[in-house]
Design a protein around this ligand. Structure first.
Ligand code: ZN
Length: 350
């Protein structure tokens, strides 16, 4: 068990970011290896506290000689975003200097070779992406821990790895899986899988690969109970995939949650600016035409509010955490029973 602190130069003299990295060596060079990072969107902390609860379990496994495959863990993957504290709020999703999402525009490597991620160049956010990719590439299992605004726990899984990753979804105990393929704006998960897809199938060994963006519910779901249960889920996944040995952990049952391709997700938007009165919350099922929210745009007037209806029947995956929106802003994500009429290529959000 070894902590190191990586440093990343800032964009001005006198500014240096630090990035703590925890590594465990494995006892079996042929066992799968794992990389786990959290808070790439700097304010999304459910994964960071899950790692905090996971580390003692790993330390125990290490002391007992049960860590077979090497582990690399980055509890706070975005020191650049963490510094962007403005008017009392953290702006951890986009780099302020470039307005680029911290989870887009990762380098897409031709081969799973960490040396191809450098030499580091560009602005601090671009160099951070190169650094994170070079830390992660080559691991069989790559977990990127995020959260939504308000939501159930769910995974984004590359279609190439589904249904082989059913055991991971079951181990994590998530409510839903959204599968995707093609381009996702060079998000971290896309960049993690991309080099393996360039290899011949027999060399890539996709059956032992795990790549997923893990959405650990909502921004406010940072609690002792979730930290412990999410740590237990991560641990079960690592045992199920042979990174850790633990005979007390049963193999995951078949995944019983919702599974849908990304083009089934309707991102329902607000037709007017105003205050939101939600009728539904994450985890609810809705019928086509059912009211999901009312937007109050001119309070007190008879015609001062407008109803938002479900575009199709489905499952409420997430909703925004704010209660005040502009016209056209995202209101909620609905996993429809059929493809969305508004499905678009790439990621669901900017
Ligand atoms: Zn995120």
């Amino acid at each position: 068990m070894q902590w190191t602190t990586e440093t990343l130069a800032g964009d001005t003299e006198g500014v240096t970011y630090s990035l703590p990295v925890l590594r465990f060596a494995g006892t079996d060079g042929s066992a799968p290896t794992a990389y786990i990072q959290a808070a790439l969107h700097a304010g999304e902390l459910p994964g960071t506290v899950a790692i905090d609860a996971l580390v003692p379990k790993l330390a125990r496994a290490h002391a007992e000689g049960r860590i077979r495959g090497a582990l690399t863990i980055v509890p706070g993957a975005n020191p650049v975003g963490r510094l962007q504290y403005h008017f009392g709020e953290l702006q951890g999703r986009f780099h302020l200097g470039t307005r680029t999402n911290f989870n887009r525009d990762f380098p897409l490597l031709a081969k799973p070779d960490p040396s191809l991620a450098g030499p580091e160049a560009g602005t601090a956010d671009q160099r951070l992406k190169q650094r994170l990719l070079s830390l992660s590439v080559g691991h069989d299992i790559v977990l990127d821990l995020h959260c939504d605004d308000e939501g159930v726990a769910y995974l984004y899984v590359p279609a190439e790895l589904w249904p082989a990753m059913q055991d991971c979804a079951a181990a994590m105990g998530v409510a839903a899986v959204v599968t995707w393929s093609g381009s996702s704006g060079a998000s971290f998960d896309e960049a993690s899988l991309h080099p393996w897809l360039r290899l011949p199938a027999e060399e890539a060994g996709l059956d032992r690969k795990v790549v997923t963006t893990v959405e650990l519910r909502g921004l406010r779901d940072v609690t002792p109970a979730y930290a412990q249960s999410d740590a237990a889920g991560l641990y079960r996944l690592l045992v199920a995939r042979g990174v850790i040995e633990d005979r007390n952990e049963a193999a995951p049952a078949p995944f019983a949650g919702l599974v849908a391709p990304i083009d089934h997700v309707d991102v329902v938007t607000s037709p007017r600016a105003g205050a939101i009165l939600f009728d539904v919350e994450p985890g609810d099922r809705v019928a086509k035409g059912q009211r999901v929210a009312t937007i109050v745009h001119n309070a007190g007037r008879a015609d001062g509010s407008i109803e938002v209806l479900a575009p199709q029947s489905g499952y409420v995956l997430t909703r925004v955490s704010r209660r005040s929106l502009y016209a056209g802003d995202d209101l909620l994500k609905l996993v429809g029973d059929a493809p969305s009429a508004n499905a678009r290529e790439g990621a669901l959000e900017d």
